[in-house]
Design a protein around this ligand. Structure first.
Ligand code: F6P
Length: 537
């Protein structure tokens, strides 16, 4: 069992509170006060440079954050996770997504993991060699992943990150219960050469099962074939054999994973079938290897040099002591355009919790609000608030030194912005600078609008190039960071009870909708449902 320490009773928490009360918020000064700041807060790891130096963290704060990690037994928590302890206590499960990317003999799940990888390999080789044939003998040209949450966001984010490596098969993703998405994605697809992957850990999720049924009907209507042809066009990824079989998918077309893999941590399992099916198995394996490098670092590096731990601690300082409640993820790469959405689930479903590991309500903040957009689009949308708004938004900038395209001019401009924005956030622009810029044409009344206070925090992650290996490593960094924050907040990061109530309430309301009868609800809900009935008729 994980130690259940209330972080607020630790000595480090008290110290940090005291430091926050006399916090000046002058990051620029930290660079003059701490001459080794850049070296100390920059960590190179293979192709990665993590630059934490522009964060509002003094050495004194940093030391106390490390103290907090120690007092909250973070190292012990990491060991508990890796050793397969049932740290997901409310679901009575261990948490071993790291085993999915560990090919060493030390991995207790090596055999089943390797078995499934072999199946994924054979499947994707068959697809790419043109040996998997549809009902008319045509090769597969399109795969459609039907899943939601962790059964959608990870594969979708990774396949798009690796878009330049797509082989001949185009991936499509259907998640929303809104049939608009289903129809848009199916429009133009040929049933003869389309393969559906029904991805659902439970195989009971309303959205996925509704979309899967509709996709099956679409296939049968379009093809004019019988259920028997389903085997050539539908495969499943799940932990629920019975439901897969009841749906009509042959169990030999089923890929499995296990209850020790959480939904939002599952892209490394067979849930990544659409990744392997799109970019090939070798690249999928590279992704796993990259993540494994970060896993080893996370397990072995001392707290003060442990990159996910450092990122987690900085986030805790902002969230719990400086009251900065959100975090902007800003990938300067179009290929990572789905990263913010992916991380929203990873982070907010893991750490958006007000009940601690003892079952009591916490009296401190937990998970931050995570959001973001790729640069430079965000610069022309919400950066105004990040630079001059009343809220301080910690930011995380991500870019790759090399591009995969030949338009160097574009990439240099992209990178110039990636460097300029964190600098602008840090350095700002003083009144004197504004006046000097205005020169003889100075209009005093306009000066305040052009001043930037600066001292706004950011982390920069610069990576040599976007490879499957490096993407795997980046995502594992975030997974571990989230876990460390959950450890310190004394919450269970691997359950998600908060998504249940809405699902539960939707069921009887659906019945009412079908029967056109407003049921017994609060007055407001009754009223809006009644409006709906009037409008639809
Ligand atoms: O939103 C709740 C959730 O359980 C997520 O944790 C999960 O990723 C998603 O639903 C999909 O679940 P499943 O893979 O079982 O369909």
């Amino acid at each position: 069992m994980l130690p259940k320490v209330d972080p607020t009773i630790t000595k480090s928490w008290a110290n940090l509170s005291e430091l926050a009360s006399r916090h000046k918020g002058n990051i620029k000064d930290l660079f003059t006060e701490e001459s080794d700041r850049v070296a100390k807060y920059t960590h190179q790891m293979g192709d990665f440079v993590f630059d934490f130096s522009k964060n509002d963290v003094s050495n004194e704060v940093f030391n106390n954050l490390i103290g907090l990690a120690n007092e909250c037994n973070v190292q012990r928590g990491i060991e508990a996770q890796y050793s397969g302890e049932f740290i997901n206590e409310t679901e009575n499960r261990s948490v071993l997504h790291t085993s999915l990317r560990d090919c060493s003999q030390a991995n207790p799940h090596l055999k089943e993991v390797r078995n499934e990888l072999e199946k994924i390999k054979a499947f994707s080789q068959k697809l790419h060699s043109g040996k998997w044939l549809g009902y008319t003998g045509k090769q597969i040209t399109d795969i459609v992943n039907i899943g939601i949450g962790g059964s959608d966001l990870g594969p979708k984010m990774i396949t798009h990150a690796l878009q330049n490596s797509w082989k001949k098969i185009k991936p499509h993703f259907i998640s929303n219960i809104d049939a608009q998405q289903l129809n848009e994605e199916l429009d133009g697809l040929n049933p003869e050469s389309t393969l559906f992957i029904i991805a659902s850990k439970t195989f009971t999720t309303q959205e996925t099962m509704t979309n899967a049924d509709s996709a099956k009907n679409w296939f049968l209507n379009q093809s004019g074939k019988e259920e028997a042809e389903i085997a050539k066009h539908f495969v499943a990824v799940s932990t629920n054999k019975e439901a897969v079989s009841n749906f009509g998918i042959d169990l030999k077309n089923m890929f499995v994973f296990w209850d020790w893999v959480g939904g939002r941590y599952s892209l490394w399992s067979a849930i990544g079938l659409s990744i392997a099916g799109t970019v090939g198995y070798e690249k999928f394996e590279e992704l796993l290897k990259g993540a494994h490098e970060m896993d080893n670092h996370f397990k072995e590096a001392p707290m003060e040099k442990n990159i996910p731990v450092i990122a987690a601690l900085i986030g805790i300082w902002y969230n719990n002591f400086l009251n900065y409640s959100s975090l902007a993820i800003l990938p300067y790469d179009h290929r990572l355009r789905f990263l913010p959405a992916y991380l929203q689930q990873a982070d907010m479903e893991s750490n958006g919790k007000y009940v601690n590991r003892n079952g009591s309500k916490v009296n401190y903040e937990t998970g931050p609000i995570l959001w973001g957009e790729p640069g430079t689009n965000g610069q022309h949308a919400f950066y105004q608030l990040i630079h001059q708004g009343t809220k301080i938004i910690p930011t995380e900038f991500i870019a790759f030194a090399k591009s995969e395209h030949q338009q160097e001019d574009h990439h240099e401009k992209l990178l110039a912005n990636f460097f300029a924005q964190p600098k602008a956030l840090l350095m700002g622009k003083s009144q004197e600078q504004v006046k000097e810029e205005m020169g003889d044409n100075i209009i005093d009344s306009l000066v305040p609008f052009r001043v930037f206070e600066g001292n706004r925090p950011s982390t920069s992650i610069l990576i040599k190039e976007l490879t499957p290996y490096n993407v795997g490593k980046l995502i594992a960094y975030y997974e571990h960071k989230i876990f460390v924050q959950g450890l310190i907040w004394n919450i269970f990061s691997y359950d998600q009870w908060g998504v249940e109530l809405g699902k539960q309430l939707a069921k009887p309301i659906l019945k009412e909708i079908k029967e056109q009868k407003v049921g017994d609800h609060d007055e407001s809900t009754k009223s809006i449902i009644a409006y709906y009935f009037k409008m639809r008729n």
